[in-house]
Design a protein around this ligand. Structure first.
Ligand code: DC
Length: 229
């Protein structure tokens, strides 16, 4: 019988807390961690570096085929190397967020990235963070979570994250950018951001990370009786 490697998917809107939750869970479980957003972000940055027309679906697919990307993990946090250069800090700005969201609307791009994303599914298990983890990339995942929070709260959280990196942006401008990205991620034709059937839907607006983790752990325990949590 083939071994089925368990997957827990955590999908949701940007800055809903997915990344932090995935990080804590993957550390506690000692499972692998896929942050699929960094794949779209890396592609966006690679397209800029290589002067690829980001409106051309076929050019982006050729770029994916030749993409020389490496993920080096330390305590489940990935450092990303593109053509041997560390680009980890370069993909976390709002211009890259927007471009990643734009190129993520292309069907062929999404399809071409499936193999890379699924290659993260290794023993003992995988925590997958994204927009379509539970619906498209790992539809057979044993536990599916969908995280959301109000636009105001998410903008505040994102501002704090950016400020920690020394990046300052006006609140209203940032809110507008996140709103636009939400609309594009929700409304795109292929693999839009929606909660997978049978997912646990959580609004993290008024919850601390500790509370979210507690609820998710209880859900995992109740649903599948995972002994390691
Ligand atoms: O999670 P993130 O903010 O790093 O993702 C950046 C963009 O990448 C997001 O706005 C849409 C796209 N994305 C996607 O379409 N599907 C995923 N599974 C992950 C990210």
């Amino acid at each position: 019988m083939p071994i089925i490697i368990p997957v827990i998917t955590i999908d949701g809107t940007s800055s809903s807390g997915k990344g932090t939750v995935c990080n804590i869970l993957s550390n506690e479980l000692k499972w692998n961690f896929l942050d699929s957003g960094i794949i779209y972000r890396t592609l966006a940055l690679a397209a800029i570096y290589k002067k690829i027309n980001t409106k051309s679906e076929n050019s982006l697919v050729s770029l994916i085929i030749n993409l020389n990307v490496r993920f080096v993990f330390n305590k489940h946090i990935a450092k990303i190397f593109l053509d041997g250069k560390d680009i980890t800090d370069k993909i976390r700005n709002e211009n890259i967020s927007i471009l990643a969201s734009k190129i993520a609307t292309f069907k062929k791009v999404r399809h071409a990235l499936l193999f890379l994303q699924r290659s993260f599914r290794k023993l003992p298990g995988l925590i997958a963070d994204g927009r379509d983890m539970g619906t498209v990339v790992f539809p057979d995942a044993s536990v599916k979570i969908f995280l959301d929070a109000s636009l105001q709260i998410r903008t505040k959280r994102r501002m704090k994250q950016l400020q920690k990196k020394g990046l300052y942006i006006n609140f209203e401008d940032l809110l507008k950018k996140i709103k636009e990205r939400d609309l594009r991620d929700h409304n795109r034709e292929f693999n839009p951001l929606i909660a997978a059937k049978n997912s646990l839907i959580l609004d993290s607006s008024k919850m601390s990370i500790e509370e979210i983790i507690k609820v998710i752990k209880n859900y995992i325990k109740k649903k599948y009786n995972y002994y390691y949590i």
